[in-house]
Write a protein that binds this ligand. Structure first.
Ligand SMILES: [Mn+2]
Length: 369
């Protein structure tokens, strides 16, 4: 039997090495990847707590893409509002990324000037920033927050409730992205998948947090992440209406909903934003879960710059499907992961968006023949 290890324990030697590299610093810049998500920000906040505790001055640098749980911009340099310091950094700690492709070119040049550099990550890239012992990558980990929890565990630290809650938030959000957890509007708590249950290290770390965090603290996190539990009346109407708007291709393997450019309901909900995106994503996932015959579900919708498709596929066919679409529609640019992806154009002309949509639907229908 193959055993997969997720956020495996960190040896005391590695943990002590990381600690010594950080504690010898005069100042640490903790850097989040661009379009900062909950996991990178949670990892940064937990490391900031560790540095504060050891009296090493530090600052988080993020682009404010996501206002994470209990995120206080006071300890963060928000690149969407502030510019990078002109001075060279002393120590830089990159969390949840280890490749320059994950940051802007100005942030890259800033990192390059660091006296000392460390990375903690769970992604594999072709061109890592570092190739020495200052990079700790655990590819089996499902979140960077999980790795940091392992680091604190190795160092036998007493982690305060607020930091546990932060890490629980980062872990939950990345586990959701990995489909280890799913949110629904029926239950407040995320539903654990078979993969989650089979993964001893993830199960260990996550249930440890569930045991140590009081129920109300967990609820705060899950409510923050699961927007479906706080939908307005109008958002509920939109959500409940989506299954009625679905159309299928000729053999029923591909389901899709088209939200036209001038859709009044969509516009009144604020168009493409975090909330509408959570609703249409939940729609795709739940449609796939409830219909054995359907292999992929897409939503076509406008955003501020153009017209888009977002798609999920049960059989991991997204990239193959996009490749196939390009055979008859070469200008289509779409990408992502085998199980979920998207693409868009840069026109808000209603006629052009209709022909763009039809070309994609035709290509996907042909893929399933
Ligand atoms: Mn992550």
């Amino acid at each position: 039997m193959e055993v997969s290890f997720q956020a495996r324990p960190i040896s005391l030697k590695t943990a002590e090495y990381t600690k010594s590299q950080l504690l010898k610093s005069k100042f640490v810049d903790i850097i989040c990847h661009s379009s900062s998500d909950e996991d990178t920000i949670a990892s940064a906040r937990a490391m900031k707590w560790f540095l504060d505790k050891n009296k090493v001055p530090s600052r988080i640098i993020s682009d404010g893409g996501v206002k994470s749980f209990q995120y206080k911009s006071g300890d963060t340099l928000d690149l969407s509002e502030q510019s990078l310091p002109s001075t060279s950094p002393d120590t830089v700690l990159c969390v949840d990324f280890s490749e320059y492709s994950r940051v802007s070119s100005s942030l890259k040049s800033y990192i390059e000037k660091a006296k000392n550099l460390l990375c903690i990550d769970h992604h594999k890239g072709a061109n890592p920033i570092l190739n020495n012992q200052n990079i700790y990558v655990d590819l089996s980990a499902k979140s960077c927050s999980g790795i940091i929890l392992r680091l604190f565990e190795a160092l036998k630290l007493n982690v305060p409730m607020s930091v546990k809650r932060t890490l629980y938030c980062g872990m939950t959000d990345d586990l959701r992205k990995n489909k280890y957890l799913t949110f629904s509007d029926k239950s407040l708590y995320p539903i654990k998948s078979k993969d989650f249950m089979a993964d001893e290290n993830t199960k260990y770390l996550y249930t440890k947090m569930e045991k140590e965090l009081p129920q109300n603290e967990q609820e705060k996190v899950v409510k923050h992440l699961n927007l479906l539990t706080s939908l307005t009346k109008e958002e509920k109407v939109f959500k409940d209406d989506l299954p009625r708007r679905i159309k299928y291709n000729s053999n029923g393997k591909f389901g899709y909903v088209i939200i036209p450019i001038n859709d009044k309901q969509w516009i009144s909900l604020g168009g493409d934003n975090k909330r509408t995106s959570a609703i249409i994503s939940n729609f795709r996932i739940s449609t796939l879960a409830n219909n054995p015959k359907v292999d992929s579900v897409a939503v076509f919708y406008p955003n501020s710059t153009g017209y888009r498709i977002s798609i999920h596929s049960k059989g991991d066919n997204v990239l193959k499907m996009f490749e196939h679409v390009r055979k008859s529609f070469p200008e289509f640019s779409g990408g992502g992961h085998p199980e979920r992806g998207g693409g868009g154009n840069f026109t808000l002309d209603p006629q052009k968006s209709i022909s763009w949509t039809n070309a994609i639907i035709k290509g996907i229908d042909d893929f399933y023949k």
